[in-house]
Write a protein that binds this ligand. Structure first.
Ligand SMILES: *Cc1c(COP(=O)(O)O)cnc(C)c1O
Length: 423
């Protein structure tokens, strides 16, 4: 199905960029997007993020700006903040961080000094770069110590986390990550943080939408600070938020501005407010539960086809597959699946003997396909395509990949994506 052309002003001014935007719209329409950190935002979120609010400078916070002319901007930011507080049940929210990584850096600035010890999950185990990993500023300017998952279960070993925390006495403990298919036990982390005198940071970037929709337990009241992106399961614009109890409000606000950032991106703040409004609707609860139901159904169908899933399955939106038994490296599989119209990312698995740029695994997730309305009844077909695609990757069968691509596009045509042009 060919999408109609849109963006007339852009096409007139800059046909090269307009053509690329159009091609991307077509790609997002035709393919089965399984990258667990991606989604489709609504038309309303898209519209809010492309407005004249982006013309404004607004350093400071609502009612305490360094610029005049904030009559409307202050109200936008107050709406976003109030909606975040209500949705997540927190006392304080800062909606200004530009993205998840700068939000996390602001947490370091608020609660630690350079050289201090911080603790997070190791990147190859499923943590995030900004949780003190060596190549990140957070691992260069702070002393990162890292926990992992057990080799036998693929689950976090809380005895190991406690032992490490009591030995290293970190200032910050991060929980949450980018490749964790299981529920995070925030209460267990909070107990360890209390025992070791650390500030507990729950980084819910991946699962914020599931938490908002009641499909994953909330880190409130266990975590001292909650960091999240707004563009993953929460289905907002690219951005981030920091949330906390009132006692940490000042430290967090000062760290974001003037500590780390200049003017907030007001068009993004408006789109965050819209996404938070959408996430407060009953239909979003259905969405969050459908994301998990789809992931569980997909995991079951993959297990039935002999795939090796880290931790044996999923509780959330995400599945991490170890392709070693299928005799295909993750990168080879991911590239072949991309040619078959199935977009995934290659990923390390815990204790991966291969290198991060050429790992054993593939990471997939259900937020995007659920936003298009696919349900559990479609997951056996999705697993079938993945299975055939992985086999074709091993045997170098390009014809099979082309055939899958057509079948995928056929199904996707019946489920129009939010935010993409239609006739
Ligand atoms: C995505 C993610 C981030 C970083 O977000 P960016 O917006 O890409 O900077 C931080 N922490 C976790 C756990 C994430 O999944």
């Amino acid at each position: 199905m060919t999408l109609p052309l849109s963006h007339p002003a852009l096409s007139a001014t800059d046909p090269e960029i307009a053509a690329l935007v159009g091609a991307e719209e077509q790609l997002q329409a035709d393919t089965l997007r399984l990258i667990p950190s991606e989604n489709y935002v609504s038309q309303a979120v898209l519209e809010a993020s492309g407005t004249v609010l982006q013309n404004k400078y607004s350093e400071g916070y609502a009612g305490r700006r360094y610029y005049e002319g904030q009559q409307n901007i202050d109200q936008v930011e107050l709406l976003a903040t109030t909606r975040a507080k209500t949705l997540f049940g927190v006392e304080h929210a800062n909606v200004q961080p530009y993205s998840g990584s700068p939000a996390n850096l602001a947490v370091y600035l608020a609660f630690a000094e350079p050289g201090d010890t911080v603790m997070g999950m190791a990147l190859p185990m499923g943590g995030h770069l900004t949780h003190g990993w060596g190549v990140s500023a957070t691992g260069k300017w702070f002393r990162g110590v890292q926990y992992g998952v057990r080799p036998d279960t693929g689950l976090i070993d809380f005895d190991e986390v406690r032992e490490l925390a009591l030995k290293e006495r970190p200032k910050l403990i991060f929980c949450g990550g980018t490749a964790l298919p299981r529920t995070i036990d925030f209460a267990a982390f909070a107990e360890i943080a209390r025992e070791s005198g650390a500030v507990l940071v729950a980084d819910i970037a991946h699962i914020a939408g599931l938490i908002a929709g009641g499909a994953h337990p909330s880190p409130v009241p266990h975590a001292d600070v909650i960091s999240t992106t707004t563009h993953k399961t929460l289905r907002g614009p690219r951005g981030a938020m920091l949330m906390s109890r009132e006692e940490h409000a000042r430290a967090i606000d000062k760290a974001v501005f003037p500590g780390l950032q200049g003017g907030p991106h007001n068009q993004t703040t408006a789109a965050v407010a819209v996404a938070l409004h959408e996430a407060a609707q009953p239909s979003f609860r259905d969405y969050a539960h459908a994301v998990v139901a789809n992931a569980e159904a997909l995991a079951e169908a993959l297990l039935a086809r002999g795939f090796d899933l880290v931790s044996g399955g999923t509780d959330n939106h995400l599945i991490l597959m170890d392709l070693t038994p299928k005799d295909v490296p993750g990168k080879v599989a991911a590239k072949a699946l991309d040619r078959a119209g199935i977009v995934v990312n290659y990923n390390t698995v815990p204790y991966d003997p291969r290198k991060p740029f050429d790992p054993s695994g593939v990471r997939i997730g259900t937020p995007s396909l659920t936003s298009r309305g696919l349900g559990t009844e479609h997951m056996p077909a999705v697993a079938g395509w993945i299975d055939r695609g992985v086999t074709a990757a091993r045997t170098g069968d390009e014809e099979a990949l082309t055939a899958i691509r057509a079948e995928v596009a056929d199904l996707m045509a019946a489920f129009p994506a939010p935010g993409l042009p239609t006739d």
